[in-house]
Design a protein around this ligand. Structure first.
Ligand code: EPZ
Length: 421
C-alpha cells in the first residue's frame, strides 16, 4: 500500500488543471450499456474507480477500451448479472441497475453494502424501478429487478436527507427506454446529473429539467451511440482551492467551473480567502487572516458533503470556533481523529456536528487515510503542519484524485509517494 510523505510549511504556487469528474463519468460509463453502438467518452479521469467501472462493464460482456483520457465502450452482447466480488468494492457500480433493466429487462446486482461514511441504502433506487413496473427481489445479497416492459410514471425520489444522486441517475437511465412519460420529483440537481442527462440526450433520449428538482423523460424505442466530453471535477477543483488557501498560496485552477462551486466559494469568502472567478478558471490568491465559519452540508447547490473534510482541515488554521454540520451521511467524520493526531482540536457533538477550535499550529505525524475525501483533508493538513506527515493507505486518494501527488509537487508541494509493503 502506498503512502504520501509530506514536508509541511510549503506555499502552493502556479497552475493546475482539474481532471474530468469522477461522479459524472461513472454513471455515464454505465449509460453506455443502453445501446449496442459505440460510445466515446472524453476527458475521463485516470482513476482506479474509472478503471474498475471498466472491469465491471467488461464482466457484463461490454467491450471497453481506454486510450489516455478517452474511454470507448460497446455493449453489443451483454448479460445482466453484476458479480458480487466486483460490485461490493465500489458503491458507484450500483448505477448499472437502471441501464441493465432498461436494455435487458433484468438486472441482478449484488447489494453494494455500506462503507466508512454510512450505510448507503438503495431503497429509493428500487422505489423508482418499481414505479416503472419492475419487480424487485432481494436474494442472498443480490438485488434482482426484472420487468417485461417498463412504463413511464411519476415518482418522488426524496429521502430522509433529500435527493439521491445515483438514485436519480438510475431511474433516469431506466426511464429513457420506458413506454411513455416519467416525471422524477425531488430529483438530485448535481452538475453530474446534468452531465449524464446531456450524454443520454446525445444518445437520442428525450429529457427535460435535468439540474432542477423535476426531471421529465419521454421514453424512446432505441438509443444510439454518441461522443461526449465529461465535465471537470468540481470536488477536485474545490480541494485544490482549499489547499491553495490553507498554504496561503497563489494557484490558478484551470477547468474550475465557478457555477458549480457557489457554496464552496461563499464559505471560502467568509473564511477570508481571496480569489478571482474566471470563465473556466478559479484563481485563489491565499488569505492574510482566516476567519472561522459555520458550514452545513446539503444537496446541490448547498455546500457539498464531498468538500466537508477539506474545509475542516482549513478551519483548524483559523483563530476561533468553526462549526461543521454533516447532514448527508451519518458517519463522515473519520478525518477528525486523524486531524487530532496533527494537533487539531475538534469535538464532535451529537454525531453530526464538529466544533473546530482552530489556531493551534499543526505538527506533522503519521496518519491513516480512511475514505476519499478524508484523505484529501489529511494531505491539506500535512502541507501546512510543521515537520513531516505520512498519509498511509492512499489508495483511497487514488480512487478520486488523478496523480494528486504529481499535481501538488508541480505547485511546489514537498510531496513524495512511497511504496510500502
Ligand atoms: C453520490 O453518492 C456521490 N458518489 C458521493 O460522492 C456523494 O457524496 C453523494 O452522491 C452525495 O452528493 C457518486 O456519484 C459515485 P446519495 P450516492 O444517494 O449517489 C441516502 C465521493 O466522495 N440514500 O445522493 O451514493 C444516503 O444514505 C462520493 O466522491 C437513501 O436513504 O449518494 C445518503 O444519506 C462519496 N436511500 C443520502 O441519501 C437511497 O436509496 C445521499 O446519498 C439512496 C440514498
Amino acid at each position: 500500500m502506498d503512502s504520501l510523505l509530506i514536508e509541511g510549511g510549503c506555499t502552493l504556487q502556479g497552475e493546475v488543471t482539474v481532471s474530468g469528474a469522477k461522479n459524472a463519468v461513472l454513471p455515464i460509463m454505465a449509460a453506455a450499456l443502453l445501446t449496442e453502438e459505440s460510445c466515446i467518452i472524453k476527458n475521463a479521469p485516470n482513476l482506479s474507480d474509472v478503471r474498475f467501472m471498466g472491469q465491471i462493464l467488461a464482466s457484463l460482456g461490454a467491450k471497453v477500451e481506454f486510450d489516455g483520457d478517452t474511454v470507448v465502450i460497446q455493449s453489443k452482447e451483454i448479460h445482466g448479472r453484476g458479480d458480487y466480488d466486483l460490485i461490493r468494492k465500489m458503491r458507484g457500480s450500483v448505477c448499472i441497475l437502471g441501464p441493465l433493466l432498461a436494455r435487458l429487462g433484468v438486472a441482478e446486482v449484488s447489494l453494494p453494502g455500506g462503507c466508512v461514511i454510512g450505510s448507503r441504502p438503495i431503497d429509493l433506487h428500487l422505489k423508482g424501478m418499481e414505479a416503472l413496473g419492475a419487480l424487485v427481489e432481494i436474494r442472498s445479497g443480490y438485488v434482482i429487478v426484472r420487468a417485461d416492459e417498463l412504463v413511464g410514471n411519476q415518482v418522488f425520489l426524496g429521502g430522509r436527507v433529500g435527493p439521491t444522486v445515483l438514485g436519480t441517475a438510475n431511474v433516469m437511465m431506466a426511464a429513457v427506454l420506458a413506454k411513455g412519460r416519467t416525471i422524477i420529483e425531488s430529483a438530485a440537481c448535481e452538475p453530474e446529473i446534468v452531465d449524464l442527462a446531456d450524454f443520454l440526450i446525445g444518445m437520442g433520449a428525450k429529457i427535460k429539467g435535468a439540474g432542477s428538482p423535476t426531471i421529465t423523460i419521454e421514453g424512446v424505442a432505441k438509443l444510439h451511440g454518441t461522443s461526449h466530453e465529461v465535465i471537470p471535477d468540481r470536488i477536485e477543483a474545490a480541494t485544490f482551492a482549499v489547499a491553495a488557501a490553507a498554504t496561503r498560496g497563489d494557484v490558478l485552477i484551470h477547468g474550475a467551473r465557478c457555477e458549480h462551486l457557489g457554496a464552496v466559494l461563499d464559505k471560502l469568502s467568509d473564511a477570508g480567502v481571496s480569489f478571482t472567478r474566471g470563465e473556466k478558471t478559479l484563481h485563489v490568491t491565499g488569505a492574510d487572516v482566516f476567519k472561522p465559519v459555520d458550514v452545513t452540508t446539503q444537496p446541490f447547490a448547498g455546500f457539498p458533503t464531498d468538500t466537508q473534510a477539506q474545509m475542516m482541515a482549513l478551519m483548524t488554521l483559523t483563530d476561533g470556533i468553526s462549526v461543521i454540520t454533516e447532514r448527508i451521511f451519518e458517519s463522515r467524520f473519520m478525518h477528525v481523529s486523524e486531524l487530532a493526531r496533527l494537533g487539531a482540536e475538534i469535538a464532535i457533538e451529537g454525531g453530526a456536528t464538529a466544533i473546530v477550535k482552530g489556531g493551534r499550529p499543526l505538527s506533522g505525524a503519521p496518519v491513516m487515510a480512511s475514505d476519499l475525501r478524508a484523505s484529501a483533508a489529511l494531505v491539506i493538513a500535512g502541507l501546512v503542519a510543521d515537520g513531516e506527515t505520512t498519509v498511509k493507505r492512499i489508495y483511497h486518494l487514488d480512487r478520486g484524485y488523478e496523480r494528486i501527488d504529481q499535481k501538488l509537487e508541480k505547485l511546489g508541494g514537498r510531496v513524495r509517494r512511497v511504496k510500502e509493503s
